[in-house]
Design a protein around this ligand. Structure first.
Ligand SMILES: O=CC(=O)O
Length: 321
């Protein structure tokens, strides 16, 4: 397989690159002086692309690679790859589900606790020596924490990750409700809401855990945010564009929404300045849901395993197309 050319468009993860280099001829687009020229020079030999959720496969790159057989993505999310077009052109696509479910669900709970229990502000309070000077205050205002145990948690998208969040929240004695396209018979112990607005109205914490599709783009809009209300918390570990970000920002600034824990943003790595300033009720993470050493290794092994399976003529381990 050493002669099979696999294109990486950017450095993703050193272990992944090393494992690919053991088996394939890895071409690194980011090292080329002139990217277009590089693609022209290699477009007859590149048979695979390794990408991630943030980059996917652009229409331009797809068009530039006539011999492309497979895209192996270092992500579970596939929103940056035109799956219909891949199917049409006979390009296989694989992703990295399951191995990252626990980590992403852990972070959803972590962000929830961080917002409600004001962990970043508490940390700063102790570190800066303020504790020795008196009560936990911001200006003249006494800061109170909010309880998580026993709260109503609404989950938008009860797939693998949504379900794992639900299981964790149950451990905190939370009441679980959800919204998805159709009710899940296997989750009859959770309340199903056909409308996201109704789900938000019955939730203290609303967690977005759905894939980004045309149907879920801005599924969290002003109406949903207002239904969640001034004591509600929005947590997003899915994709930034599931939330209407300007509406989220204005709701937080105006106090129409209680708080937010966000791992994803509409225009990463750019985060609206107002979210950065709202440091008492907003907790931010750099799209790090699956970012543990253990999980990243599991994802890399799947990326490589899918390529090996494809070029050995076997079933893909985790096919999408
Ligand atoms: O966002 C991360 C992923 O899609 O795996």
């Amino acid at each position: 397989m050493e002669s099979i050319a696999v294109l990486m468009t950017k450095p993703i993860y050193s272990y992944l690159q090393a494992e690919l280099e053991k088996r394939f001829k890895v071409l690194k687009l980011w090292e080329a002086q002139d990217g277009s020229r590089f693609l022209e020079d290699h477009n007859q030999i590149i048979r695979a692309v390794v990408s991630d959720g943030g980059t996917g496969l652009s229409p331009e790159l797809m068009a530039a690679l006539p011999k492309l057989e497979i895209v192996s993505s270092f992500s579970v999310g596939m929103d940056k790859i035109d799956l219909g077009k891949c199917k049409e052109k006979g390009i296989r696509v694989s992703n990295t589900p399951d191995v990252l479910t626990d980590d992403v669900a852990d972070l959803a709970i972590g962000l929830t606790l961080a917002v409600l229990r004001k962990l970043p502000a508490s940390d700063r309070y102790v570190r800066s020596g303020m504790w020795k000077k008196g009560e936990f205050k911001l200006g003249t205002k006494m800061l109170l924490y909010f309880q998580f145990s026993g709260k109503s948690v609404g989950i938008v998208g009860l797939g693998r990750i949504g379900q794992a969040i639900a299981t964790r929240a149950e451990g905190f004695g939370c009441k679980i409700s959800y919204h998805s396209r159709t009710p899940k018979p296997e989750s009859s112990n959770y309340t199903y809401y056909p409308s996201v607005v109704d789900l938000a109205a019955h939730s203290d914490i609303l967690v977005v855990a759905c894939a980004l599709t045309n149907e879920t783009r801005h599924i969290i809009n002003r109406e949903v945010i207002d239904a969640l209300g001034p004591r509600g918390v929005l947590v997003n570990i899915a994709r930034g564009a599931t939330v209407d970000e300007p509406e989220l920002v204005s709701a937080l600034v105006e106090g129409r929404l209680g708080g937010a824990g966000l791992d994803v943003f509409e225009n990463e790595p750019n985060v609206p300045e107002q979210l950065i300033e709202l440091d008492e009720k907003v907790v931010l993470a750099p799209h790090a849901g699956s970012g543990t050493e253990e999980t990243r290794k599991g994802m890399a092994d799947l990326v490589v395993g899918n390529l090996v399976a494809h070029f050995e003529g076997k079933e893909l381990l985790t096919p999408v197309v």
